[in-house]
Design a protein around this ligand. Structure first.
Ligand code: UTP
Length: 223
């Protein structure tokens, strides 16, 4: 079974957290083909804000975000024993490298302007024919509004991919925007029909539980 995991940039802000995350990922990789995509988090948003203030356009801001996601990919690789030694920068490189005995985990950051690492992970999941895609964020699922800003927001336990597309279509796709799942990712999830979970990763062991079918997040089913 192949699993693709998108890890929000929030999990790369200190060594302890990265180490805890890496331990759980190593455990998952004992039983599953594992592909990780790392987000850019606060640092990406801060750098993008500075670039925008200097007059950079959205594509340049996106490239700055991508650079930060790749730094986080390197940080994660530093904490893993069985990852390919360099982050991949294109989907076909990942598939070409395969998952061998020594390197059981593939890690990559961002790829191209116009979307976020959620979309990268969704495309990678489609490309490698993953059985499961898990979007690991700092909130415990998909809500009808950002729960960090609107405490009365309602959480969905399950959604169809079509409902997810409708929900995310109204989101703004500016560089560094904080949306739980980006609209490009939602469209890819819809077309690939890959089962998707959106879960909270603040306790990294919950990722292992989710791979094994136990979670309190949102399930996105093809129908
Ligand atoms: P993230 O995937 O981290 O975005 O990429 P995010 O939604 O802020 O996610 P969190 O906070 O980590 O969960 C950071 C920025 O990098 C650019 C985008 O501008 C994105 O907002 N990016 C990333 C791209 O343009 N293309 C990519 O493939 C990846």
């Amino acid at each position: 079974m192949k699993v693709v995991i998108s890890l929000s940039g929030i999990f790369f802000e200190d060594a302890t957290r990265i180490k805890q995350m890496a331990e759980v990922l190593e455990e998952i990789a004992k039983s599953y083909g594992l592909y990780i995509v790392t987000g850019g988090g606060k640092i990406a948003r801060e750098r993008i804000k500075i670039a925008r203030a200097l007059g950079a356009n959205e594509t340049i801001c996106d490239y700055i975000g991508i650079a930060v996601t790749r730094v986080n990919a390197k940080l994660l690789i530093s904490a893993l024993r069985s990852a390919h030694p360099e982050p991949f920068s294109a989907y076909n490189e990942v598939a070409g490298a395969g998952l061998g005995e020594e390197a059981r985990i593939s890690v990559m950051g961002g790829v191209s302007p116009g979307y976020t690492t959620d979309a990268v992970a969704a495309i990678l999941a489609e490309y490698v024919n993953a059985d499961l895609f898990i979007d690991v964020t700092s909130v415990d699922g998909v809500y009808d509004a950002d729960p960090r800003r609107y405490p009365e927001a309602k959480k969905y336990d399950k959604l169809t991919a079509k409902e997810l597309v409708a929900l995310t279509a109204k989101e703004e796709l500016k560089a560094g925007s904080r949306i739980v799942i980006d609209p490009v990712a939602a469209k890819i999830i819809e077309r690939s029909r890959i089962k998707t979970l959106v879960i909270d990763g603040n306790n990294p062991r919950d990722i292992l539980n989710a791979v094994q079918g136990k979670h309190h997040g949102t399930v996105i089913n093809p129908e």
